[in-house]
Design a protein around this ligand. Structure first.
Ligand code: GAL
Length: 384
């Protein structure tokens, strides 16, 4: 059931067709239950190693609808059997990246890869060391969620010098760097979603409300913006494109406050509590660059006695389980599904393709999905 839903939702949204290679049977593994991890504390250990053990996995009955190339619905990665894969995550404490790495590890391991995952603890120097260790060990491929996107050039060069392909995820290196990979023939790619789309979707969700966000009817949408880490292109684009969608939709906007919340729930709560104290009823909309901060914002909104959907709107991105439940209950206006299944599967496929000696595009894209009360239950069934 869940798998069928995945097929329908993801087949319409994945744009990872740039990947080469296709059509083999997907299999279901003995460990294919993904635990949504946002309520679970992140691991403390900096390193986690698992090895694929399900060579005897049953054949999946829905396999006919699956394709091997970056398939968001497949249960196991293909082409990774026997590969030694190093995965560097920027921070195990990040809710969304915990979902992402859990699925990435499960999917690669189910495909027979040996996977070691490290926690960069939000420290680029620490992550750079971890990458150097992987290079010394001689892993076949690296999958890297940079702490700082600006470190891409240095990391790429280190990997290229050791002849190890690198698949960047979640934090996108800039265009000049990606172009360099092509001109210099470097085996590097970026797999991710286009954050402009998630911002646009947030704005569109607001435009679809009866008053288009202008609750008090004064002719403008007065909002508070809670940003992620502003070094991150996801934070920059979500901030810009949510508002652009409103102005493109003919609305006048007023920014009451904009603060960096670094993707963190407690920071989201603090920022929105302050904004509501300082700006009171003037605040009509709270945009959060992610759901963790939106969950914090909701705590502040409720403490202030405000009611989402009545006197304030609240938007996030990611589709964390708790946020989806809030959308269903009307406590959040909407969110945007940051498809960690599609992204982790496309990253695994890119690793397999590089290891097989293929050349890849420098950008492999996966779509977001807009989530409102209409489809939140469907997305919840999918992620649970
Ligand atoms: C974003 C996600 C955030 C955070 C961030 C880390 O795509 O929406 O919740 O995980 O990535 O880079």
């Amino acid at each position: 059931m869940k798998k069928r839903l995945l097929s329908v939702l993801l087949s319409t949204t994945m744009i990872a067709a740039v990947l080469a290679g296709c059509g083999s049977t997907a299999s279901s593994s003995s460990q294919d239950t993904t635990t949504p991890a946002e309520e679970t504390p992140a691991d403390d250990g900096a390193t986690d190693t698992t090895t694929g053990d399900d060579a005897n996995a049953e054949t999946d009955t829905n396999a006919g609808t699956d394709t091997a190339a970056a398939d968001g619905t497949a249960d196991a990665a293909t082409g990774v059997e026997g590969l030694d894969i190093g995965v560097c995550i920027y921070n195990f404490a990040d809710n969304f990246m915990t979902l992402y790495r859990t699925e990435l590890e499960r999917y690669l391991t189910a495909g027979g890869a040996s996977v070691t995952i490290t926690d960069g603890k939000n420290d680029q120097a620490e992550q750079t060391n971890q990458i150097q260790n992987f290079i010394t060990e001689g892993v076949d491929v690296l999958i890297v969620n940079l702490v700082q996107s600006s470190a891409a050039e240095q990391i790429t060069d280190q990997c290229a010098a050791a002849n190890i392909p690198v698949v960047f995820i979640n934090r996108e290196p800039d265009d000049a760097e990606k172009e360099r990979w092509t001109t210099e023939g470097i085996k590097a790619t970026y797999v991710g979603a286009d954050a402009r789309q998630s911002g646009t979707f947030q704005g569109e969700i607001l435009l679809a409300t009866p008053n288009k966000g202008d609750i008090n009817g004064d002719g403008k949408v007065s909002y508070v913006m809670v940003q992620g880490d502003p070094e991150n292109v996801d934070a920059q684009y979500r901030t810009e494109f949510s508002i652009k969608a409103l102005t493109d939709g003919g609305m006048t906007v007023e920014e009451l406050d904009k603060q960096r919340g670094d993707w963190d729930q407690a920071r989201g709560q603090e920022i929105v509590a302050n904004a509501l104290t300082n700006q009171g009823d003037a605040v009509e909309v709270v945009f959060c660059n992610n759901d963790a901060m939106a969950l914090g914002a909701l705590q502040a909104i409720e403490t202030a006695g405000r009611v989402v959907g009545e006197d304030i709107y609240l938007l996030g991105v990611d589709a964390l389980t708790e946020a989806l439940q809030n959308v269903i209950d009307g406590k959040m206006t909407g969110t945007v599904f940051n498809d960690h299944f599609g992204q982790s599967h496309a990253a695994a496929q890119a690793a397999a393709d590089f290891a097989a000696g293929k050349d890849l595009e420098t950008l492999i894209g996966v779509d977001y999905i807009k989530v409102t009360q209409e489809n939140a239950q469907e997305i919840l069934d999918l992620v649970q």
